[in-house]
Write a protein that binds this ligand. Structure first.
Ligand SMILES: Cc1ncc(COP(=O)(O)O)c(C=O)c1O
Length: 431
């Protein structure tokens, strides 16, 4: 990210204000209806997994002879668990393959830890250290925060840096406060900054549980594990191996899904944890269901039988996504580069670009964009309780609209940032 810091005189700001106000009025008249809110795959991305339909051709048996149409097999079929292991980089024995949503697994895991306890570890809500707190690197994924909010778990912001969460702040928080029970992480192509945690950050995560109270959990949501935009993926260090080395593996719980690989609404989700933690989670899951949708698991295993197939499939996604992300970068650079009005991330993968306006302007930019027919993620969404303390972060999600719509929406967006910034600058400089 570059710095936001205006270095313009009053005349230059007035000129920007006048020209961007004129353009804004034109956009408003054009009655646009564009949307850069949710990180959903576009229809042509979903088409890439079209072969899922009919993949089984009447053969419902998994490789160990299981009839996938029937009840049972709470951990999922072995082929699906292998796919999860490839995504998460963990041994297959540690992986559970579930239904279509990793978010559901995350919710259930946190709820279980909070209300029921996991194995020997009692529930967070009964902990004598006090009501639980969860660390939330910000900006982060709004739905992680919703899980905590719904369960009444207090959230504590920690800053996201270009290397991942600020580990000084994270380590101090767990060391100083035994009621800190967990931390949310999106370690690769993070939502929304697109950052991949550095090797040093991952190494510090491996030893973090030693500083924390027993039963501390690292909620490692690797939703974008293979979602590279270019041919040179950013590598994420192997937390699982490092945690085994550090003797902290019970603290690490990993999640992933094929939501942005195959069908977002009909994919597979995975959870990986150490042997005792997985067994405790499975016990709780067994109260909810007799087994997952193994037919869908088998279809996925046939479509994506190995890592090569997965890589080839994701390269096709990247071909579709790359021009959209390039359009976002081009618009930001052309409209805002050198102005000091905003800084933004340049991710190598994932689904988002994170923009920081001047302090106090995110809400206003989003309002202006809405006026001109461009829907943006509500201000504050990437923060716990929907509160961006500086009111400056805006998450852009360019995957879903067609490329021309992304270009048009970005023209409007950039103009809104220019307009709001010039107005603020003029107001601050006084007349
Ligand atoms: C970081 C992150 N985790 C999880 C999800 C949702 O995953 P699933 O579709 O598997 O529930 C998303 C979707 O945007 C996400 O960005």
């Amino acid at each position: 990210m570059s710095d936001t810091n205006i270095k313009m005189d009053r005349a230059a700001l007035a000129e920007i204000e006048a020209s961007s106000a004129r353009r804004h009025a034109e956009f408003c008249q054009a009655q646009l209806a564009l949307d850069l809110t949710r990180g959903k795959p576009a229809a042509d991305q979903l088409d890439l997994a079209g072969h899922l339909d009919g993949a089984l051709q009447g053969d419902y048996r998994s490789e160990d002879g299981t009839d996938t149409r029937n009840y049972g097999g709470l951990r999922g079929i072995i082929e699906a668990r292998r796919l999860g292991a490839a995504l998460l980089g963990t041994p297959v024995e540690q992986v559970l393959a579930g239904g279509n949503s990793s978010l559901t697994l995350m919710y259930l895991f946190v709820e279980t830890a909070h209300l029921f306890g996991l194995g020997e570890q009692g529930p967070w809500r009964d902990d004598p250290a006090g009501p639980p707190k969860v660390l939330c690197p910000v900006p982060g994924y709004d739905r992680h925060f919703t899980i905590c909010e719904q369960l009444g778990i207090e959230m504590v912001n920690v800053p996201m840096l270009e290397t991942g969460p600020d580990m000084e702040a994270v380590e101090a928080a767990v060391r100083d406060d035994p009621s800190v029970r967990a931390i949310w992480c999106v370690p690769k192509y993070s939502n929304p900054t697109g950052c991949t945690y550095s090797d040093e950050t991952v190494a510090r995560f491996a030893t973090l549980p030693r500083l924390a109270a027993p039963g501390f959990r690292i909620l490692w949501d690797n939703a974008y594990a293979v979602h590279d935009l270019g041919p040179e993926p950013q590598a994420l260090a192997d937390l699982n191996a490092l945690a085994v080395e550090a003797g902290t593996e019970d603290a690490v719980v990993m999640f992933a899904s094929t939501s942005k690989i195959t069908f977002a609404g009909a994919g597979l989700a995975f959870l990986a944890a150490s042997k005792p933690v997985l067994a405790a989670f499975e016990k709780r899951l067994g109260a909810l269901m007799i087994g997952p949708d193994k037919v869908n698991q088998l279809r996925h295993a046939r479509l994506l039988p190995d890592l090569d197939a997965l890589r080839h499939h994701m390269a096709q996604h990247a071909d579709i996504l790359r021009p959209k992300f390039a359009a976002v970068q081009d618009a930001l650079e052309q409209g805002l580069g050198g102005t000091g009005f905003a800084s933004w991330t340049r991710p190598h993968g994932g689904y988002f670009v994170s923009v920081d306006t001047l302090p106090g302007l995110a809400r206003e930019v989003i309002r202006l964009a809405g006026e001109a027919g461009v829907k943006l993620t509500p201000a504050g969404a990437p923060f716990p309780y929907g509160r961006d303390p500086e009111d400056r972060n805006i998450r852009l999600a360019p995957s879903f609209p067609p490329l021309d719509d992304v270009r048009r929406a970005m023209e409007v967006f950039v103009n809104c940032v220019r307009l709001a910034s010039a107005r603020q600058g003029l107001g601050e400089q006084g007349s």
